[in-house]
Design a protein around this ligand. Structure first.
Ligand code: ADP
Ligand code: MG
Length: 384
């Protein structure tokens, strides 16, 4: 959504020009799935799709919220009444950010907010983080809070974990806050150290497609919590703080120690091999072997499907069809149970491949997927 449009709508709603307009993108994760709550590695990049927010300060302890993408008018909340898990609506995301800022001791005395987003919701592309980050960045700027990007991300994660009540890791918010155009972000979720890895597919005649299966995942649903608890159990049984602490070279020995804990064995194997896949992708991209990351992405899908067990028939169909039609690699991305898959392909194969996936979905009786090209884009920033 253009800054101008968001600005004009703000003025209509609130009767004055906003103090500024900010944007924060959705993200797609190239590799490193479910590693972020195991203190491991992830590698997201920002999409051109983004949430845009026009924001002004208030001094009277009132928060007014409006989204162009949600039916209904302006929602008015009192800052001193904001309480974790008191709100089941979309307003919990921006209100949670205000709550988290105030809880961290920052003086925020109110705001008028209008937002509009081009990030599809519930597609595994992190529309929630883009909403949180755009609000945190706007309020951080307006109230001159001097927050670093990684601090914004932490506050947004706290908003989502505690205020909204969704137990998500730190990746989505960090990606939205910190990504750079033409790069993927190699992030160590233990200490939030990060490296921008050049990821310019077009220059090499490659494309990365996102295939949104239109199957909506339910993020705070029990399955995510179960995987998370299973990983924690694995770490406890192995006597480490987090599964990140099991070196790849010691995986077999670790699995042997888990004995007949079948479920935990599968979860641990996914996390430890996935961290290693992230490191392999980083190495390959650094040495200019972009095509060679394809098979690593596909290995990641197999691990998510068979060991972590969070794929679904639609995601598997995208991957299988893409690979059968010349893709270099493909995998589900995001939390699982729906959402999107990514496909790495030669630019010249994109049309045939897209058609094949669409036909396969039609033949299976699935809802038509939405296919778009993902170009690594800029992170959150002020527009006006
Ligand atoms: P995702 O994978 O897209 O992040 P989530 O379930 O985590 O899925 O977050 C989706 C929720 O975020 C929506 O149900 C809504 O509450 C909120 N949200 C996302 N985008 C918007 C928007 N443009 N306006 C209002 N709320 C939004
Ligand atoms: Mg989300």
């Amino acid at each position: 959504m253009g800054a101008q449009q968001v600005r004009e709508r703000f003025a209509e709603l609130y009767g004055a020009e906003p103090e500024g307009v900010w944007a924060a993108p959705g993200r797609v994760n190239l590799i490193g799935e479910h590693t972020d709550y195991n203190d491991g590695f992830v590698m997201p990049f920002a999409l051109p799709h983004r949430a845009t927010a026009a924001v002004s300060r208030r001094t009277d302890g009132v928060l007014r919220l409006h989204s162009a993408d949600i039916e209904g008018g302006v929602v008015e909340l009192r800052l001193d009444e904001l309480a974790p898990q008191s709100d089941q609506n979309w307003t919990a995301y921006p209100a949670g950010v205000v709550w988290a800022l105030r809880e961290a001791g920052h003086s925020v005395t109110g705001a008028d907010i209008h937002l509009s987003s081009t990030v599809p919701t519930g597609a595994g592309l992190s529309s929630s983080a883009s909403v949180e980050v755009v609000i945190a960045l706007a309020l951080g700027d307006l109230y001159d809070l001097g927050l670093q990007r990684w601090q914004l991300a932490r506050l947004c994660q706290r908003a989502e974990n505690v205020y909204v009540g969704a137990p998500t890791g730190i990746m989505d918010q960090t990606a939205s806050a910190c990504c750079e155009a033409g790069h993927a972000l190699f992030l160590d979720t233990r200490d939030l150290s990060q490296q921008q890895i050049p990821f310019d597919l077009a220059a090499e005649g490659l494309r990365l497609l996102v295939v949104d299966t239109q199957v909506k995942h339910a993020h705070s649903g029990g399955e995510y919590g179960k995987r998370r608890a299973g990983c924690e159990k694995g770490a406890a049984l192995l006597g480490v703080d987090a599964l990140r602490d099991i070196p790849y070279g010691e995986l077999d020995a670790a699995l042997a120690r888990l004995g007949d804990e079948e479920e935990v064995v599968r979860l641990v194997r996914h996390i430890v091999t996935e961290d290693q896949r992230v490191e392999r992708v980083v190495e390959l991209l650094r040495s200019g072997e972009t095509r060679a990351i394809g098979p690593v992405l596909t290995e990641g899908h197999t691990s998510l499907r068979d060991d972590f067990r969070i794929s679904c028939p639609e995601l598997d169909l995208v991957v299988d069809t893409a690979l059968a039609n010349g893709a270099l690699g493909a995998r589900m991305t995001g939390g699982g149970f729906g959402g999107s898959a990514i496909v790495l392909a030669e630019a010249t194969d994109v049309d045939t491949l897209t058609k094949a996936v669409e036909e396969a979905f039609a033949a299976a009786g699935f809802t038509a997927p939405r296919v778009f090209e993902a170009v690594p884009s800029a992170g959150a920033r002020r527009l006006v």
